[in-house]
Design a protein around this ligand. Structure first.
Ligand code: FMN
Length: 404
C-alpha cells in the first residue's frame, strides 16, 4: 500500500487518457475523498457535476471556451462552490473548492487512475447555463479522470529552501521584470527564468519540421571540438543525436544541466555540460573548432556580448553556427505585435520571458562588428530552405561565420 507521502509524490498531471470508462466504485471513492476535504466553517458548499456526455463537453468548449482538454478524458468533474460566502479578501470559497480538488487527485492516484486539474473552466455564466447551475455557484475547476495513457516524468520542483521563510519574509527570489525586452533583464534573471521554464518538464516533447532541417544542417559541421552555447531546454541537442559525441554544452545552472542530461540520456547521449554564470564564458581563448548558438541571440540580455564571447572561445579558422528566429517573418511579426500590446508580467511568465527578435540584416551587422566573416546565410521555414532574397523572410535564419 502506498503511503500518503508516496501518493503526493507519485501524483502527476495526466493529459492523455485511454478511451475506456472508469468504474463507478472508483468514481464514488474519488468524490467521497473530495467531500472529506476541509471547507471554511465546515459549510461544505461545493457541488460536483460529473460530466461524461460528449455533446455537453463539446458545448462547454465551443460556447463557454472551456479548456479543450476536457474532451480527452472519459470523466470531467466540474467543481462549483457557493460564492456568496467567504469572498474577498480571502476567497475562502476558492480555497475550500481547491482542497476538495486536491483530495480527489490524491485518491485517484492511489486508485491507479490518471487525473488533471483544469483551472481553465471558461466563462462562468455560460458554463453555469450549460450545466444548468444557479449563478451563485462559481465553477472553480474541472478534475479530469481516466486510465492514463502516458507516464510523464516528475516536473522539477524548486529547491525547498528557496521558498521557506522563518518567521518573517526574506526575499530570496529573483523577480522578473514586467517586460519581454531582454534589455530590461539581467543575466541572473534570464538564467532564473530558464529554470522556471524547464520546470514545466512535460511540455518539451515536440520537434518541429524546421528544427529537424536545422539539425541536419548542423550535423554537416560536426568535427573537432564543438561548444553548444546556452542549450536550454536541449531540444536542438536532442535532434542532433549521435553527432553530440565531441560536444560540450554550456548552461548557467546545474539544474538546467541536469535537466538536459536527463533528456539526452533517454536517447543514450551523454555530452558534458559545463556551468558558468555571468556574461563571460568559462573557457580559454581559442578552445573550440565550432560554436553553436541556437535561438539564444533573441533571448539573452547581452546578445552582442554573447557574440564577442563566442568569437573569443573559437580557434582561428573555427566556425560559429548561429540560428535565430527572424523578426521579418510572418510569425515573427505577429509575435512582435503581441508583445508590444501585452508587454506585462503575465505575458512574461506565461510565454517567452525575454525575447526581442532581430532581422537577418541586424544579425549580419552584429556578426561582422565582432570581427567574424560570414560564409553563408540560409533561411528555413518548415522543411524548406531559402538562399536568395527569400531567406530574409524565413522563420529561422542560419548564419555560418568564421573567425579568421
Ligand atoms: C489551479 C491550477 C490550474 C491548472 N490548470 C491547468 C489547465 O488548465 N490545463 C492543464 O493542462 N494543466 C493545468 N494544471 C496542472 C498544472 O499544469 C500542473 O499541476 C503542473 O504543471 C505541475 O505538474 P504535476 O501536476 O504533474 O506535478 C493546473 C493546476 C492548478 C493547480
Amino acid at each position: 500500500m502506498m503511503s500518503i507521502k508516496d501518493i503526493i509524490k507519485e501524483r502527476r498531471s495526466i493529459r492523455a487518457f485511454k478511451d475506456s470508462a472508469i468504474s463507478k466504485t472508483a468514481l464514488m471513492e474519488i468524490l467521497e475523498a473530495g467531500l472529506y476535504a476541509p471547507t471554511a466553517c465546515n459549510l461544505q458548499l461545493m457541488e460536483y457535476i460529473v460530466i461524461t456526455d460528449k455533446a455537453l463537453k463539446d458545448q462547454l468548449v465551443k460556447r463557454a471556451n472551456a479548456s479543450t482538454r476536457i474532451k480527452g478524458a472519459p470523466v470531467a468533474i466540474l467543481i462549483l462552490y457557493d460564492k456568496r460566502y467567504h469572498g474577498a479578501p480571502n476567497y475562502n470559497f476558492i480555497q475550500s473548492a481547491s482542497a476538495s480538488i486536491e483530495n480527489m487527485l490524491l485518491r485517484a492516484t492511489e486508485l491507479g487512475l490518471g487525473s488533471l486539474w483544469i483551472g481553465d473552466v471558461g466563462t462562468p455564466s455560460i458554463v453555469n447555463e450549460i450545466v444548468k447551475a444557479p449563478d451563485f455557484l462559481m465553477p472553480v475547476a474541472f478534475v479530469l479522470l481516466g486510465l492514463p495513457s502516458e507516464a510523464p516524468p516528475q516536473p522539477i520542483r524548486r529547491p525547498l529552501e528557496s521558498l521557506i521563510h522563518w518567521n518573517t519574509f526574506a526575499d530570496k527570489a529573483v523577480h522578473f521584470p514586467s517586460s519581454c525586452n531582454p534589455k530590461n533583464w539581467s543575466v541572473i534573471q534570464y538564467s532564473e527564468f530558464q529554470k522556471r521554464h524547464i520546470r514545466f518538464g512535460s511540455r518539451f516533447s515536440s520537434t518541429s519540421e524546421e528544427s529537424r532541417v536545422l539539425a541536419e544542417m548542423l550535423k554537416e559541421y560536426v568535427g573537432g571540438l564543438t561548444l553548444d552555447l546556452l542549450s536550454s531546454p536541449g531540444t536542438h541537442l536532442y535532434n542532433l543525436g549521435e553527432s553530440l559525441e565531441s560536444m560540450v554544452f554550456y548552461e548557467q545552472s546545474y539544474e538546467i544541466v541536469r535537466f538536459i542530461n536527463n533528456r539526452l540520456s533517454k536517447k543514450g547521449l551523454h555530452p558534458s555540460g559545463i556551468v558558468g554564470q555571468g556574461s563571460r564564458l568559462p573557457f580559454r581563448e581559442g578552445s573550440f573548432d565550432r560554436v553553436i548558438c541556437y535561438c539564444k541571440m533573441e533571448q539573452y540580455p547581452g546578445p552582442y556580448q554573447l557574440l564577442v564571447e563566442a568569437r573569443r572561445v573559437l580557434k582561428r579558422g573555427g566556425l560559429l553556427l548561429l540560428v535565430s528566429r527572424n523578426l521579418l517573418s510572418y510569425r515573427g511579426l505577429l509575435g512582435q505585435l503581441n508583445r508590444w500590446i501585452r508587454d506585462d508580467a503575465e505575458s512574461v511568465l506565461r510565454y517567452h520571458g525575454p525575447l526581442r527578435l532581430h532581422s537577418s540584416r541586424e544579425l549580419i551587422r552584429n556578426v561582422r562588428k565582432v570581427g567574424l566573416n560570414i560564409r553563408k546565410t540560409v533561411g528555413v521555414t518548415d522543411s524548406k530552405k531559402a538562399e536568395s532574397w527569400r531567406k530574409h523572410f524565413c522563420r529561422l535564419i542560419f548564419i555560418e561565420c568564421q573567425k579568421t
